[in-house]
Design a protein around this ligand. Sequence first.
Ligand SMILES: O=C(O)CCC(=O)C(=O)O
Length: 286
Amino acid sequence: MLDERHLEHRLTDAEREQFEEDGYLVVESAIPPDIVEGVEEAVDYIWRNPPLDDRDSRAMHAKADLTRNFFFPNFLWRDRRFLELLDWHTTFPKVWDILSWNIYSYHSHFIVTPPDVDRGKKPQTLGWHQDSGRANAELEGEPRARLSLKVAFWLSDISEPDKGNLWVVPGSHKVNRIDRPTDGISHPAGAIPVLAKAGDAVFFDRRLFHARGLNYSEETRKVLFYGYGYRWIRPKDDMSIPVGLMERVDPITRQLLGGGTSGNGYYSPNDEDVPLKVWLEEHEPI
Ligand SMILES: O=C(O)CCC(=O)C(=O)O
């Protein structure tokens, strides 16, 4: 639920400049330790008891193995603690300041990465990519349109390399391709691991070339990714949000979960489609 606190965490000029220039931004201590702990409990429950109630979860259930990387999409509605971060006061204002108000969460996933059991057994390259699959082949222009961004909430400390950090090539959101080494082990030129502490949030532009780093530490890495994009972008997950929950949440959360009054309203919204716009107009003329 939005309140006055959100207005204190708008995107600063320096943050905008850094996001535009580098394609990513670290917001330190975005969530306090008690929230990190609660959210981690919710992640652990699903990790240890993967559900089987929609296509996404069935696909992930088949691969579930506590010693391997566990990717779990479409998680937002599964626990009240996940939903609270969707419009969190230290992060969400920066999302609307970058993308404006006709937005929702088109995609979400969390990833649990245990210490790497394959270390030293074979050369391991990282899966460098831009987000949004075919959008990168089918959209014209260089660079292509931004369309969306992700906010990664870190539940584990990755303030040193080799702990399963997010790797990025700063500035690579401005180009359509980068050279990816083919030796199976090197990184692209300019690649760096993002360093962050538990509770930090990392924003990144979907066009930024990025990859999940290897976890050579003794600790299991846990991170939540909240993807935000325009309401006219199709969902990338099942988004099997129970109807009862959609009716119970506040109007802005409903917008962020994909609600709307008509198909046309995703493109040409009225005020009922976009309560975020109405809230912004009431709190700060736009
Ligand atoms: O797990 C990571 O650090 C990378 C996640 C990723 O590649 C993505 O969200 O697109």
